[in-house]
Design a protein around this ligand. Sequence first.
Ligand code: EPZ
Length: 416
Amino acid sequence: MRVEGAKNSALKLMAAALLAPGASTITNVPDIADVDIMAEVVSGLGARVERSDHALVIDATDATSYEAPYELVARMRASISVLGPLVARLGRARVAMPGGCAIGSRKIDMHIAGLQHLGVTIEIGHGFILATAPPMGLQGADVTLEFPSVGATENLLTAAVTARGTTTIDNAAREPEIVDLAEFLNAMGARIAGAGTQTIVIEGVDELRPVEEHRVVGDRVEAGTFLVAGALCGGPVTVRGFDCDHLGLTIDKLRKAGCIVDCLLDGATISREGAVAAVDVQTLPHPGFPTDMQAQFMALMAIAEGSSVITENVFENRFMFADELSRMGADVRIEGHHALVRGVEQLSGAPVRCPDLRAGAALVLAGLVADGETRVGDIHHIERGYERFVDKLASLGANIGYAWDDMPVLGGENPC
Ligand code: EPZ
């Protein structure tokens, strides 16, 4: 199967398109609910958005409104990524405070502190952030992030591109999606060096131009999710459309868990003959093991021979998946930010509900190998970030379909 462009890059590229008047074209855009919401956000700011099969044209010529409405930001916290572009282009932004979500408080103190270093005045009240640039515009500065926050790195990048002078971001996030954003901004005429390393240097420029065409980087998390499906069922499964180097540690861990993973030019093939081996994992910012793959890996460890410890270091509450997985017979004990997973012979199908996007996908994966039928509810969480998830799994041989009450049904006598 083939993965789409990365959700966690496409949303930020759409926000970054606001920086320059004119029409930017973005291709390999996933057809998912979060992209629909971000299209509403940028349209609400005055940009014109045209969509055709997995491509977007965003004309930001008339993007002169600086307020991102509450009801849209409340629906998708990634809307906060319009903060940097609005302050840079219009000198001000009024964005609703993004709510927390199931996996944690999702604070934005580092976004705010970083922007203040560039001279932005921030007022917070009545559920909104009001950011105002100084009359002379933003001033480049040296910023060190307390934590390599993806969102804070992105808002600083988009704010600094037209600041006067040089901005250095130390302890920057190194995710491939950051590199994709920097490439997009440089195609606009920005001067960014070091994206993908812990130190990014941005030379401010006077003006930016729209991007002729930019292809969104392949979605490494969607790819990792389908590789775990192959690991669970034995495969072989070939996933195309992503760069193996973007899943380095994930692939290492799948190999240690007993899988054969062959990296290809544009993807990877995974298979497994023997038992799943128990492997410890701890999530860390890239290039560490991705927190967005934690639930999927826990589903694999749930049927491993032996016990594994999964440590979640990035979010404060990203183990809700374990409760649902336990309903399917998994043996998981949570101790703070550690999950002790004792592998069981077989999971059993059960009605479960998606607590969030990645946990929801992981529950479907668990249902692929569980004995009997699994009904997964609240799949709108999955549809936010995975295009045609059910169809793609069915194309790989999964016994899966939509139930009458929007719950995909999995399993049966031959689950994979
Ligand atoms: C992005 O979220 C992704 N979302 C997340 O993917 C991903 O899990 C995360 O990066 C880490 O890789 C999008 O790109 C839309 P962070 P983001 O800022 O930017 C704390 C998915 O499933 N923090 O790196 O919000 C924060 O609370 C989603 O696709 C502060 O305390 O992540 C969290 O605990 C889930 N203050 C940690 O840092 C701040 O100012 C990492 O957050 C910013 C962050």
